[in-house]
Design a binder for this molecule. Structure first.
Ligand SMILES: Nc1ncnc2c1ncn2[C@@H]1O[C@H](COP(=O)(O)OP(=O)(O)OP(=O)(O)O)[C@@H](O)[C@H]1O
Length: 601
């Protein structure tokens, strides 16, 4: 029985409520029971009143009972609504915590880039987005309504025990059968791919419409109407899907009518017979008739519509925590990375494919980076440069081969210890809505170090350290793309000042103008002198200053050497370099150190 209950789809929802807020959950359940019982008490009180009228007894006690019960029914409804809304808010916030934990806890990235898990995340987030259902504080109200109705039905049915032992199971059973007979009409499969796709597209177009980053393009390309139209179409699709799933089916409906009418006819006929024989007085007839009618609350209704989407959200969040932990988990080694890399970092016969993809990004990539030197990585779009950065940070593990740091496999190093040795500027670096100081270092770093790092990145006069880098705050400010990039570079250079041993720079100057780029690159070189550096860049003017350069192609290193060596070799690097230089020569600005074109083969 307990196993069966735990297997019930709504079990996770009900079982988390006391964990979310014990007091509110207890009050919520208590109110369901009390509010569910009151209509039966009212039925009995009304019957007593009628009997008292017939017998010409004092009407005061039954009238008082009717009034008290009626008053309680009126009072408890808003109290219950408030309790439910509050419990819903607590549940929402608990689920948010769980989701934030599920997405951030795994040390790898695979859980955030897997299609299956992002679909499940879309479904799980619906309690918050309210795209396919109301928010939790409202849903809980609908669920309480359904539960109170069902409790009312049960308590009314139990009044019929006073009439005949067989009446309550007959009437309650008939109404309960409606759940089973109409089960297909009750829920819609929110996990169905069609629903998830519509939900994802609806959310995406909604974000396009309301978030600032897309605002420029929506206007320039005249996409406003298209976005709103598409959002409306996806929402309509979801409403249609829900309507199709919840429409009452004709044949089961006929069976329901037959079962319910038969059961009620038997009970009402029996009541009528007893009344005609004089065995029941008017009060009893009214009580049993009202009870039989009130038992209908058990029927298929509110609860079957309100409960599934809410319960599924909870199940999805709980299931997601486990699945994300499993998919994104990287097993940490236990060797310290302190002081590394002291001799070299070697990418040894490295093979890698993204989870779910059969196409290898790397296939036998082999290169050694001497500690304290810089290696530039070049290659056409999609050659795997950013993927290499992710592997070096150990955000993924290689599918074959290994990354070795001073002869130790990265997987044998303590993950936290390794991450504390690495710093990076990613192409999609984060613009934290925090003071400038915290954008450079969120650790307890002295202002002197922060100022020095900002100076290294050519960003010393951007703003006060306490100025929040967002217009959404009083005295906040925003920065241009290039200024933000300098802040991201300062973040990495600050980590270098604090002792990081490996610096990964993925297009660190992509948003800077040519002069800014040349200037900042000098500074980066100066600040990272003697630190192992991997520099990814499309700009050959930047790349040429690295100690060595490797060209990636088809998942392997096809050329490796200094700028001069590779130019002399007249191979792939020379070809790409000349391609940029010739395109640059056609542009109005020129200068040997300012080649500024992206290589697109
Ligand atoms: N999360 C992912 N899941 C599956 N495939 C991916 C993922 N990220 C990248 N890829 C694929 O891996 C390959 C290498 O991508 P990567 O971003 O490393 O290239 P890149 O050399 O940095 O490109 P660019 O110069 O355009 O920045 C590409 O074919 C890309 O489509």
């Amino acid at each position: 029985m307990i196993d069966k209950l735990q297997g019930w789809y709504a079990w996770p929802f009900f079982s988390v409520l006391p964990r979310v807020h014990k007091g509110l959950a207890t009050a919520w359940w208590a109110l369901i029971v009390v509010r569910g019982a009151l209509p039966a008490v009212l039925t009995v009180a009304v019957a007593a009143l009628l009997s008292a009228v017939q017998r010409q007894d004092s009407l005061v006690p039954p009238l008082a009972a009717v009034s008290v019960v009626f008053l309680l029914m009126q009072l408890l409804a808003p109290v219950h609504a408030q309790t439910g809304a509050s419990l819903g808010d607590w549940l929402s916030s608990w689920l948010h915590d769980k989701l934030a934990e599920a997405t951030t806890k795994p040390s790898g990235l695979a859980h955030l880039e897997s299609r299956e898990l992002t679909d499940r995340l879309t479904m799980a987030r619906d309690f918050d987005l309210g795209i396919s259902g109301p928010p939790m504080s409202i849903s809980i109200g609908l669920i309480s309504g359904g539960l109170v109705e069902a409790m009312t039905g049960l308590s009314q049915a139990s009044v019929l025990f006073a009439f005949a032992w067989w009446a309550p199971p007959l009437v309650a059973g008939a109404w309960l059968a409606t759940h089973w007979l109409l089960r297909e009409s009750g829920g819609w499969d929110r996990g169905a791919q069609e629903v998830l796709d519509a939900q994802r597209r609806a959310e995406y177009t909604y974000r396009l419409a309301v978030d600032a980053p897309a605002a420029k393009e929506l206007r320039i390309f005249g996409l406003g109407r298209w976005t709103v139209g598409r959002f409306a179409a996806e929402r309509r699709r979801m409403i249609e899907l829900r309507w199709q799933a919840t429409r009452l089916r004709q044949r089961p409906l006929l069976r329901v009518v037959l079962v319910v009418v038969t059961a009620n006819a038997v009970v009402f006929w029996a009541i009528a017979r007893e009344a005609a024989s004089g065995a029941l007085d008017i009060g009893q007839v009214a009580m049993f008739a009202l009870a039989a009618v009130g038992a209908s609350g058990i029927a298929f209704g509110g609860i079957n519509w309100a409960l599934p989407p809410t319960a599924e959200s909870v199940t999805a969040v709980l299931g997601l925590s486990e699945a994300m932990e499993e998919t994104g988990r990287l097993v940490s080694g236990n060797r310290s990375a302190e002081g590394g890399p002291a001799a070299y970092v070697r990418l040894k016969e490295l093979g890698f494919s993204y989870p779910g993809s059969t196409k290898p990004v790397f296939d036998g990539l082999d290169v050694t980076i001497e500690a304290g030197t810089s290696l530039a990585v070049v290659g056409v779009n999609g050659a795997g440069k950013t993927t290499l950065a992710k592997l070096l940070c150990r955000l993924y593990d290689p599918t074959s081969g290994a990354i070795e740091v001073d002869g130790v496999d990265l997987r044998d190093l303590d993950l936290e210890s390794w991450r504390s040795r690495v710093t990076a500027v990613f192409q999609d670096f984060v613009r934290y809505q925090l003071p400038l100081r915290d954008n450079v270092s969120l650790h307890d770093t002295s202002d002197d170090v922060i100022r020095a790092a900002l100076a290294d990145a050519g960003a010393k006069d951007l703003a006060e350290l306490d100025t929040v880098l967002s217009r959404g705050y009083d005295d906040g400010t925003d920065l241009s793309g290039g200024q933000w990039q300098r802040v991201a570079v300062a973040r990495a250079l600050c980590a270098v000042r604090l002792g990081a041993g490996l610096v990964i720079l993925d297009e660190p100057t992509a948003q800077l103008d040519v002069r800014g780029e040349a200037e900042i690159f000098e500074r980066i070189l100066e600040a990272t002198r003697g630190v192992t550096t991997v520099l990814i860049s499309h700009r050959f003017s930047t790349v040429r200053h690295a100690d060595r350069i490797c060209v990636l192609e088809e998942g392997r290193v096809v050329e490796l050497g200094t700028h001069a060596e590779l130019m002399a070799a007249r191979g792939r690097y020379r070809h790409l370099y000349d391609l940029q230089a010739s395109r640059f020569a056609e542009s109005p600005v020129s200068g040997d150190d300012c080649t500024d074109l992206e290589v697109v083969e």
